[in-house]
Design a protein around this ligand. Sequence first.
Ligand SMILES: Nc1ncnc2c1ncn2[C@@H]1O[C@H](COP(=O)(O)OP(=O)(O)OP(=O)(O)O)[C@@H](O)[C@H]1O
Ligand SMILES: [Mg+2]
Length: 235
Amino acid sequence: MINKKRHNKQGFFISLEGFEGSGKTTLSKKLYHIMLRNGFNSVLTKEPGGTLAADKIREILLERESEGLGYKAELLLFAASRSENVRVNIQPALECGSIVISDRYLDSTTAYQGYGRGIDMEIIKYLNYFAVGNIIPDITFFLDVDTEIGLYRSTVYSKGKEMRFEDEFIQQKQINGKLFLDRVREAYHQIASQNPDRIQVIDSNRDIDLVLNDIIKILNQRLSRKYCKEIFLES
Ligand SMILES: Nc1ncnc2c1ncn2[C@@H]1O[C@H](COP(=O)(O)OP(=O)(O)OP(=O)(O)O)[C@@H](O)[C@H]1O
Ligand SMILES: [Mg+2]
Protein backbone atom coordinates (compact mmCIF):
# COMPACT_ATOMS: atom_id res chain seq x y z
CA MET A 1 0.00 0.00 0.00
CA ILE A 2 1.48 3.35 -0.99
CA ASN A 3 1.47 5.90 1.80
CA LYS A 4 1.11 9.35 0.24
CA LYS A 5 1.65 11.23 3.47
CA ARG A 6 4.44 13.77 3.09
CA HIS A 7 7.59 13.53 5.16
CA ASN A 8 7.54 15.21 8.52
CA LYS A 9 10.53 17.50 8.17
CA GLN A 10 11.66 21.02 8.61
CA GLY A 11 13.19 21.83 5.23
CA PHE A 12 11.65 22.55 1.86
CA PHE A 13 12.05 20.33 -1.18
CA ILE A 14 11.99 21.79 -4.71
CA SER A 15 12.33 19.73 -7.89
CA LEU A 16 12.72 20.94 -11.46
CA GLU A 17 11.37 18.79 -14.24
CA GLY A 18 10.94 18.95 -17.97
CA PHE A 19 12.14 17.93 -21.33
CA GLU A 20 15.76 18.16 -22.57
CA GLY A 21 16.83 21.78 -22.96
CA SER A 22 13.97 23.13 -20.86
CA GLY A 23 16.46 24.85 -18.56
CA LYS A 24 16.44 22.59 -15.48
CA THR A 25 20.19 22.58 -14.90
CA THR A 26 20.66 26.28 -15.66
CA LEU A 27 17.74 27.31 -13.45
CA SER A 28 18.48 24.99 -10.55
CA LYS A 29 22.03 26.36 -10.36
CA LYS A 30 20.76 29.95 -10.48
CA LEU A 31 18.15 29.18 -7.85
CA TYR A 32 20.72 27.54 -5.59
CA HIS A 33 23.00 30.59 -5.71
CA ILE A 34 20.08 32.95 -5.12
CA MET A 35 19.04 30.92 -2.07
CA LEU A 36 22.56 31.00 -0.66
CA ARG A 37 22.87 34.77 -1.23
CA ASN A 38 19.59 35.21 0.61
CA GLY A 39 20.88 33.28 3.61
CA PHE A 40 18.97 30.01 3.16
CA ASN A 41 20.82 26.77 3.88
CA SER A 42 20.53 25.04 0.53
CA VAL A 43 21.57 21.85 -1.17
CA LEU A 44 21.69 21.36 -4.94
CA THR A 45 21.38 17.89 -6.33
CA LYS A 46 21.12 16.44 -9.81
CA GLU A 47 19.69 13.16 -11.02
CA PRO A 48 20.86 10.58 -11.67
CA GLY A 49 23.84 10.80 -9.32
CA GLY A 50 24.72 12.50 -6.07
CA THR A 51 26.75 9.85 -4.23
CA LEU A 52 29.78 7.77 -5.26
CA ALA A 53 27.60 4.83 -6.24
CA ALA A 54 24.89 6.98 -7.81
CA ASP A 55 27.48 8.82 -9.92
CA LYS A 56 28.68 5.48 -11.28
CA ILE A 57 25.08 4.59 -12.10
CA ARG A 58 24.75 7.97 -13.87
CA GLU A 59 27.66 7.05 -16.14
CA ILE A 60 26.07 3.74 -17.06
CA LEU A 61 22.70 5.34 -17.71
CA LEU A 62 23.79 8.31 -19.78
CA GLU A 63 26.86 7.29 -21.74
CA ARG A 64 26.52 6.40 -25.39
CA GLU A 65 28.15 3.00 -24.79
CA SER A 66 25.00 1.89 -22.92
CA GLU A 67 22.90 2.03 -26.04
CA GLY A 68 20.65 -1.03 -26.02
CA LEU A 69 20.32 -1.20 -22.23
CA GLY A 70 17.04 -2.94 -21.40
CA TYR A 71 14.15 -0.79 -20.19
CA LYS A 72 13.74 -2.78 -16.99
CA ALA A 73 17.41 -2.39 -16.08
CA GLU A 74 17.19 1.31 -16.90
CA LEU A 75 14.22 1.77 -14.59
CA LEU A 76 15.92 -0.10 -11.75
CA LEU A 77 19.17 1.84 -12.15
CA PHE A 78 17.34 5.18 -11.93
CA ALA A 79 15.53 3.96 -8.83
CA ALA A 80 18.76 2.74 -7.24
CA SER A 81 20.50 6.05 -7.89
CA ARG A 82 17.57 8.05 -6.50
CA SER A 83 17.26 5.91 -3.42
CA GLU A 84 20.94 6.46 -2.57
CA ASN A 85 20.70 10.19 -3.21
CA VAL A 86 17.69 10.42 -0.90
CA ARG A 87 19.30 8.36 1.83
CA VAL A 88 22.67 10.12 1.76
CA ASN A 89 21.83 13.70 0.74
CA ILE A 90 18.20 14.70 0.48
CA GLN A 91 16.62 13.29 3.61
CA PRO A 92 19.41 14.42 5.98
CA ALA A 93 19.38 17.92 4.45
CA LEU A 94 15.61 18.21 4.85
CA GLU A 95 15.84 17.00 8.43
CA CYS A 96 18.33 19.81 9.10
CA GLY A 97 15.90 22.38 7.71
CA SER A 98 17.68 23.01 4.41
CA ILE A 99 16.14 23.88 1.10
CA VAL A 100 16.85 21.05 -1.32
CA ILE A 101 16.81 21.79 -5.05
CA SER A 102 16.77 18.72 -7.26
CA ASP A 103 17.46 18.86 -10.98
CA ARG A 104 15.01 16.06 -11.94
CA TYR A 105 13.35 13.65 -9.49
CA LEU A 106 10.47 11.14 -9.37
CA ASP A 107 8.41 12.65 -12.18
CA SER A 108 11.24 12.01 -14.65
CA THR A 109 10.84 8.27 -14.08
CA THR A 110 7.08 8.47 -14.50
CA ALA A 111 7.48 10.51 -17.70
CA TYR A 112 10.40 8.71 -19.38
CA GLN A 113 10.18 5.12 -18.17
CA GLY A 114 6.42 5.05 -17.59
CA TYR A 115 4.79 7.06 -20.36
CA GLY A 116 7.89 7.18 -22.62
CA ARG A 117 8.97 3.54 -22.52
CA GLY A 118 5.51 2.22 -21.82
CA ILE A 119 6.38 0.34 -18.59
CA ASP A 120 3.34 -0.54 -16.45
CA MET A 121 2.46 2.53 -14.39
CA GLU A 122 1.66 0.48 -11.28
CA ILE A 123 5.22 -0.83 -11.28
CA ILE A 124 6.56 2.69 -11.74
CA LYS A 125 4.45 4.01 -8.87
CA TYR A 126 5.46 1.22 -6.55
CA LEU A 127 9.15 1.47 -7.43
CA ASN A 128 9.11 5.25 -6.98
CA TYR A 129 7.59 4.77 -3.56
CA PHE A 130 10.02 1.96 -2.74
CA ALA A 131 13.00 4.17 -3.66
CA VAL A 132 12.05 7.36 -1.83
CA GLY A 133 9.28 6.55 0.67
CA ASN A 134 7.57 9.78 1.59
CA ILE A 135 10.34 12.13 0.46
CA ILE A 136 8.17 13.91 -2.10
CA PRO A 137 8.89 17.48 -3.26
CA ASP A 138 6.92 20.30 -1.65
CA ILE A 139 6.88 21.99 -5.04
CA THR A 140 7.85 20.91 -8.54
CA PHE A 141 8.43 23.29 -11.42
CA PHE A 142 7.63 21.65 -14.73
CA LEU A 143 9.56 23.73 -17.26
CA ASP A 144 7.48 23.33 -20.36
CA VAL A 145 9.31 23.91 -23.61
CA ASP A 146 8.35 23.14 -27.20
CA THR A 147 10.09 19.93 -28.22
CA GLU A 148 11.88 21.60 -31.17
CA ILE A 149 13.21 24.43 -28.99
CA GLY A 150 14.31 22.03 -26.25
CA LEU A 151 16.05 19.74 -28.71
CA TYR A 152 17.71 22.68 -30.42
CA ARG A 153 19.03 24.02 -27.11
CA SER A 154 20.25 20.68 -25.89
CA THR A 155 21.96 19.67 -29.14
CA VAL A 156 23.46 23.05 -30.02
CA TYR A 157 24.66 24.02 -26.54
CA SER A 158 25.42 20.73 -24.83
CA LYS A 159 28.10 18.48 -26.12
CA GLY A 160 29.72 15.51 -24.45
CA LYS A 161 29.45 11.86 -23.74
CA GLU A 162 26.29 11.91 -21.62
CA MET A 163 24.19 11.77 -24.75
CA ARG A 164 22.35 8.45 -24.80
CA PHE A 165 18.88 9.96 -24.37
CA GLU A 166 19.58 12.87 -26.72
CA ASP A 167 20.76 10.44 -29.41
CA GLU A 168 17.50 8.62 -29.04
CA PHE A 169 15.47 11.80 -29.44
CA ILE A 170 17.40 12.93 -32.47
CA GLN A 171 16.90 9.54 -34.10
CA GLN A 172 13.18 10.17 -33.53
CA LYS A 173 12.50 6.65 -32.33
CA GLN A 174 8.87 5.63 -32.27
CA ILE A 175 7.16 3.56 -29.60
CA ASN A 176 3.62 2.34 -30.23
CA GLY A 177 3.43 4.71 -33.20
CA LYS A 178 4.40 7.80 -31.23
CA LEU A 179 7.68 9.66 -31.04
CA PHE A 180 9.38 9.12 -27.70
CA LEU A 181 9.92 12.83 -27.21
CA ASP A 182 6.27 13.65 -27.82
CA ARG A 183 5.19 10.99 -25.34
CA VAL A 184 7.49 12.45 -22.70
CA ARG A 185 6.17 15.97 -23.12
CA GLU A 186 2.56 14.82 -23.04
CA ALA A 187 3.40 12.73 -20.01
CA TYR A 188 4.66 15.74 -18.08
CA HIS A 189 1.40 17.55 -18.83
CA GLN A 190 -0.60 14.59 -17.56
CA ILE A 191 1.51 14.27 -14.42
CA ALA A 192 1.06 18.00 -13.79
CA SER A 193 -2.70 17.78 -14.17
CA GLN A 194 -2.79 14.82 -11.76
CA ASN A 195 -0.77 16.72 -9.14
CA PRO A 196 -2.06 20.30 -9.28
CA ASP A 197 -1.15 21.06 -5.65
CA ARG A 198 2.49 20.13 -6.13
CA ILE A 199 3.36 20.87 -9.76
CA GLN A 200 3.57 24.34 -11.26
CA VAL A 201 3.73 24.50 -15.04
CA ILE A 202 6.11 27.24 -16.20
CA ASP A 203 6.41 28.39 -19.82
CA SER A 204 10.10 27.87 -20.45
CA ASN A 205 10.12 28.96 -24.10
CA ARG A 206 10.69 32.49 -22.83
CA ASP A 207 13.81 34.36 -21.84
CA ILE A 208 15.46 32.64 -18.90
CA ASP A 209 15.18 35.72 -16.64
CA LEU A 210 11.40 35.77 -17.08
CA VAL A 211 11.23 32.09 -16.22
CA LEU A 212 13.37 32.63 -13.13
CA ASN A 213 11.21 35.57 -12.03
CA ASP A 214 8.08 33.41 -12.16
CA ILE A 215 9.76 30.72 -10.09
CA ILE A 216 10.93 33.20 -7.45
CA LYS A 217 7.46 34.76 -7.24
CA ILE A 218 5.85 31.39 -6.59
CA LEU A 219 8.55 30.37 -4.11
CA ASN A 220 8.14 33.62 -2.21
CA GLN A 221 4.47 32.83 -1.64
CA ARG A 222 5.46 29.49 -0.09
CA LEU A 223 8.72 30.27 1.65
CA SER A 224 7.87 33.63 3.19
CA ARG A 225 5.20 31.85 5.25
CA LYS A 226 7.54 29.08 6.32
CA TYR A 227 10.78 30.98 6.92
CA CYS A 228 9.36 34.47 7.58
CA LYS A 229 11.61 36.02 4.97
CA GLU A 230 11.61 36.70 1.26
CA ILE A 231 13.94 35.85 -1.59
CA PHE A 232 15.38 38.78 -3.52
CA LEU A 233 17.02 38.34 -6.90
CA GLU A 234 19.69 40.85 -5.99
CA SER A 235 20.84 40.88 -2.43
N1 LIG B 1 14.89 30.13 -21.34
C1 LIG B 1 16.01 29.91 -22.05
N2 LIG B 1 16.31 30.69 -23.10
C2 LIG B 1 17.41 30.47 -23.83
N3 LIG B 1 18.33 29.50 -23.58
C3 LIG B 1 18.09 28.71 -22.54
C4 LIG B 1 16.93 28.86 -21.71
N4 LIG B 1 16.97 27.91 -20.76
C5 LIG B 1 18.10 27.21 -20.98
N5 LIG B 1 18.78 27.69 -22.03
C6 LIG B 1 20.03 27.18 -22.58
O1 LIG B 1 19.75 25.91 -23.17
C7 LIG B 1 20.79 24.99 -22.88
C8 LIG B 1 20.19 23.78 -22.19
O2 LIG B 1 19.68 24.19 -20.91
P1 LIG B 1 19.83 23.25 -19.64
O3 LIG B 1 21.10 22.48 -19.72
O4 LIG B 1 19.59 24.07 -18.44
O5 LIG B 1 18.58 22.30 -19.91
P2 LIG B 1 18.19 20.99 -19.14
O6 LIG B 1 16.73 21.08 -18.95
O7 LIG B 1 19.05 20.82 -17.95
O8 LIG B 1 18.53 19.89 -20.23
P3 LIG B 1 18.91 18.32 -20.02
O9 LIG B 1 17.63 17.61 -19.69
O10 LIG B 1 19.45 17.94 -21.37
O11 LIG B 1 19.94 18.27 -18.93
C9 LIG B 1 21.81 25.72 -22.00
O12 LIG B 1 22.89 26.12 -22.80
C10 LIG B 1 21.05 26.93 -21.49
O13 LIG B 1 21.88 28.05 -21.30
MG1 LIG C 1 20.37 19.32 -17.38
